[in-house]
Design a protein around this ligand. Structure first.
Ligand code: MGD
Ligand code: MGD
Ligand code: SF4
Ligand code: MO
Length: 685
């Protein structure tokens, strides 16, 4: 939609456009973009008459200033070919024709010499829209016979747990949290990662509701909470099982609900049995009295809701921990009322979206093992990777075991294509870079995974330079490789129909937005039910049991940490979305450390450099050299480096991923970023 803005007296006419944010953020904001001279001038929340209610008249500052990303010096403008050593980022401009020809010839050569699986497409959620992923790219890579990628760097354990227990049932709408008598925000930091929940939680408290936060650091929300539980990273499972045990023992289990709607009840009881409050206190480092209070409040409150975040999953116990947390509302009978139940990802509110391109049965590369697969031919069966095609992702900045990923990218015999909007750290290692459009320059469909909404998004400005959309580039490559079939979607309109279905696409075209099929914000076990085969919640699903080496809900304690005693966590920060916008951060990014841990290492705030001493953070995987900032809000023994930091923001050019193990979670084969254990030492200035 375009409406002229009244700008009396101005020479250049500005126009206002309504669209939505497709970035990897749960809130899926409705946006109003002011365009002046064909360029994005300002971005703000769309007005209430056209906005999804969760947007509530405000958006984050990073998207408010997105013009710095669109028109900044790091923006990729043209296709370009490498001219210097890998990693240098020296390129010469070539035409799109030459670039596409080069890709086709390198992919074809690789397939002839090694087989299709020697080509590895590498993408993640950089562009979270429905048209920019798993559409034309799926046609291209699947029909070509390329290796498949298990996109497990985020949400894999949570998704496995949510699927196993509830078949990915839609969660409690974030707007409904206002009605909660008790909200538990568990391993989530919405003040950075989904800001619209914050005022809603404040309103719930103003109405007399209680707030509990479970997080190893005093987040902004923890400072407002009635109770803050500070577990050691990776120990949430013990806390959740202790809550289950007491619910069973003190009559807090809703046996009628369980008899009608659940399986696996006795199995869960058995596994929770060893977890007394005392055992959980010992394992988590949370005072026993606080665990008891959390149990008491949860047991007695209704509506009670749990916001389970992704901070819970990123460790060796992550899958079982998420499963045990999601099992709590079933055990305690918290469903069937508005604001009662849980929220993880709300993407389950929309079913049957997306393009289903059959998989040709090729090998699957776990994204967390990209470093291994690129550097060790024995790490996976099949041919060595010869062509790597990176899009919607910045793997050098976001995958674990960063030094191995870097070694892989530095391989002279690897042909790497990076298709991105900006010259990312990964792009500097590319043989060929391709400029991509942003969601303000191409067509897309945004699907909230917090906000329950589908948004149609249209280009509001012309692409910068020669940037092209994923749909176009992958469609053109598929055509050149002769992979297209009659009836394949090609235009944006055809793709919308294909991923949404005719009826939904029509509703979206009419209103610009579509709400879930339930028509209203769903109440769990009233409007929405588990999508499991028997429509029950499976508290101990056999599928998860089979997947987990030690069995579901079995706690893996930490190995002795004498060499690397500090737990490094790397959560999100407000300024970036993963590594997106990381190029815009000014100044060095410091390691955050509790004053006691700093004092134990003789690290003091000095007078130089704003009082931030230089440190080396290290373990067997790698090191980060950076500044250190004292942060008394961390649990002692826990240090923090944000995720997605670009090379330019630390002295060593490495980030938390250089210290993150490439081990996998108990279920879901996900990333264990927060299992990084490190030591910190002073560097002399
Ligand atoms: N240390 C540590 N690392 C982490 C995590 C952690 O907890 N700790 N968390 C992880 C998490 S939660 C996630 S989700 C991953 C994210 O990892 P990535 O998916 O690698 O995310 P981004 O860093 O945002 O990279 C996305 C890139 O896609 C580009 N892009 C955006 N839109 C388009 C488009 O339409 N076309 C093309 N071709 N490119 C586009 C952007 O410019 C950006 O460079 O990172 C993980 N990394
Ligand atoms: N601004 C911004 N918004 C984002 C993103 C972003 O990068 N920036 N990323 C988007 C993406 S890709 C994702 S996945 C989501 C993630 O959003 P969140 O679910 O909020 O996840 P994180 O930021 O990884 O971590 C959340 C909290 O978990 C805590 N934590 C770490 N380890 C543990 C643990 O073992 N147990 C518990 N209980 N807590 C722990 C951290 O201290 C942190 O405060 O946010 C999305 N929204
Ligand atoms: S990143 Fe999140 S908060 Fe910011 S505009 Fe996009 S959807 Fe809204
Ligand atoms: Mo993520």
């Amino acid at each position: 939609m375009t409406v002229p803005e009244p700008t009396p007296g101005e020479v250049v006419q500005a126009t206002l456009h309504h669209t939505a944010c497709t970035l990897d953020c749960p809130d899926s904001c409705s946006l109003e973009v002011k365009v002046r001279d064909g360029r994005v001038d300002k971005v703000r929340a769309a007005p209430p008459e056209v906005a999804h209610p969760l947007t509530s008249g405000f958006i984050c500052s990073k998207v408010g200033r997105i013009s710095r990303h669109l028109y900044g010096e790091d923006r990729l403008l043209y296709p370009a070919r490498r001219t210097g050593p890998k990693g240098d980022g020296a390129f010469e401009r070539i035409s799109w024709e030459e670039a596409l020809d080069l890709i086709v010839s390198r992919m074809t050569e690789a397939r002839t010499a090694f087989g299709g699986e020697s080509v590895l497409p590498l993408s993640y959620g950089g562009s979270n829209g429905l048209l920019t992923q798993d559409t034309a790219d799926a046609i291209l890579f699947r029909r070509f016979g390329a290796s498949a990628l298990a996109r497990n760097v985020c949400a894999a354990p949570s998704t496995a747990a949510a699927l196993g227990l509830y078949g990915k049932m839609a969660g409690v709408a974030l707007e409904d949290y206002e009605h909660a008598s008790l909200a538990i925000v568990w391993g989530a930091n919405p003040s950075s990662t989904g800001i619209h929940l914050v005022p809603i939680l404040r309103a719930a408290r103003a109405r007399g509701g209680r707030l509990v936060v479970v997080d190893p650091r005093r987040t902004p929300l923890a400072k407002q909470a009635d109770l803050h539980l500070q577990p050691r990273p990776g120990t949430d499972l013990c806390l959740a099982l202790a809550l289950h045990r007491e619910l069973f023992r003190r009559g807090g289990a809703d046996l009628d609900f369980l008899a009608e709607h659940a399986t696996g009840v006795e199995e869960l009881r058995r596994r929770a049995e060893p977890w007394t409050f005392a055992c959980a206190a010992e394992a988590t480092g949370i005072p026993e009295a606080d665990i008891a209070r959390c149990h008491e409040w949860y047991s007695e409150s209704s509506p009670a809701v749990i916001r389970c975040g992704w901070g819970v999953e990123r460790n060796r116990n992550g899958g079982s921990a998420v499963a045990a947390i999601l099992a709590l509302p079933a055990l305690a009978g918290k469903f069937k009322v508005r604001a009662g139940g849980y929220t993880m990802s709300n993407s389950g509110a929309f079913r049957n979206v997306g393009w289903r391109e059959p998989s040709p049965g090729v090998r699957i590369v776990n994204m967390n093992h990209v470093g291994r697969v690129l550097t060790d031919p024995d790490a996976i069966q099949g041919p060595p990777v010869q062509v790597l095609f990176v899009y919607n992702a910045n793997p050098l900045a976001t995958l674990p075991n960063q030094e191995l990923v870097r070694r892989g990218l530095a391989r002279e015999d690897l042909f790497t294509v990076v298709f991105d909007q900006v010259t990312t750290d990964t792009a500097r290692y590319a043989d060929l870079v391709l400029p991509a459009t942003t969601f303000l320059e191409h067509d897309d469909v945004a699907m909230g995974y917090g906000a329950m909404v589908l948004h149609d998004t249209k280009p509001v400005v012309p692409p910068v330079g020669e940037a092209r959309s994923n749909l176009r580039v992958f469609g053109d490559l598929a055509q050149r490789l002769d992979l297209l079939r009659k009836g394949d979607p090609r235009s944006e309109a055809e793709w919308r129909q294909a991923v949404l279905g005719g009826e939904r696409a029509r509703r979206l075209a009419e209103g610009g937005q579509a709400l879930p099929e339930t028509g209203r914000r769903p109440i769990q076990f009233v409007d929405v039910f588990p999508h499991t085969a028997d429509r029950r919640v499976h508290l101990c699903p056999p599928s998860l049991e089979a997947e987990s080496a030690r069995g579901l809900y079995a706690f893996h304690p930490e190995a002795s940490g004498r060499r690397y005693p500090l737990a490094l966590i790397s959560p999100s920060v407000p300024q970036t979305v993963s590594s997106t916008f990381g190029q815009l951060r000014s100044g060095p990014v410091p390691l955050e450390m509790h004053p006691d841990d700093a004092a134990a290492r003789g690290l003091k705030n000095g007078l130089k450099n704003g009082g931030r001493p230089r440190v080396r953070v290290f373990n067997g995987y790698g090191e980060v050299r950076c500044r250190m900032r004292l942060n008394p809000d961390l649990k002692p023994g826990v240090v923090l480096l944000p995720k997605g930091v670009w090379a330019r923001s630390t002295e060593s050019g490495t980030n938390a991923c250089a210290l993150a193990p490439d081990t996998l979670t108990d279920i879901g084969a996900g990333a264990c970023f927060n299992d990084a254990r490190v030591e910190v030492e002073a560097l002399t200035d």
